[in-house]
Design a protein around this ligand. Structure first.
Ligand code: AMP
Ligand code: ZN
Length: 110
């Protein structure tokens, strides 16, 4: 499949990994929007939040169990989790991902 993040999961495109297990990969965003900017993705291809269902939501729960561990590992206690879904929301990579942003005052929403 021609998906950038699937290629990162497959190791065909390099990434600076922060965390990996059998279901999730976390790596640094190539264009950080904050001093700490990490992306959390399921290894399985889901196009975005729109693809999450009762049948596959366990991987999302797993990602959210990993996020606080990785945040602690990175030494951040205050952070924002963002997932853009669809072009109007600013989604540019069509593989579900959660941004972890930290390290500066993040201001209000949007
Ligand atoms: P979004 O715009 O919400 O779809 O987020 C996609 C994110 O992927 C952006 O913040 C990009 O900077 C980031 N990104 C794109 N290509 C790469 C890459 N090869 N490695 C790491 N992050 C990337
Ligand atoms: Zn993918």
């Amino acid at each position: 499949m021609d998906c950038l993040f699937c290629k990162i999961v497959a190791g065909e495109i390099p990434s600076k990994k922060v965390y990996e297990d059998d279901r999730v990969l976390a790596f640094y965003d190539i264009a950080p929007a904050a001093p700490v900017h990490v992306l959390f993705i399921p290894k399985v291809h889901l196009a975005g939040v729109r693809d999450v269902t009762a049948d596959n939501a366990a991987v999302v729960a797993h990602i959210f169990s990993v996020i606080p561990q990785v945040a602690a590992q990175l030494g951040v206690t205050d952070y924002r989790i963002v997932s853009n879904n669809g072009p109007e929301a600013g989604q540019t990579v069509q593989h579900l991902h959660f941004h972890l942003l930290a390290g500066r005052p993040l201001g209000g929403m949007a």
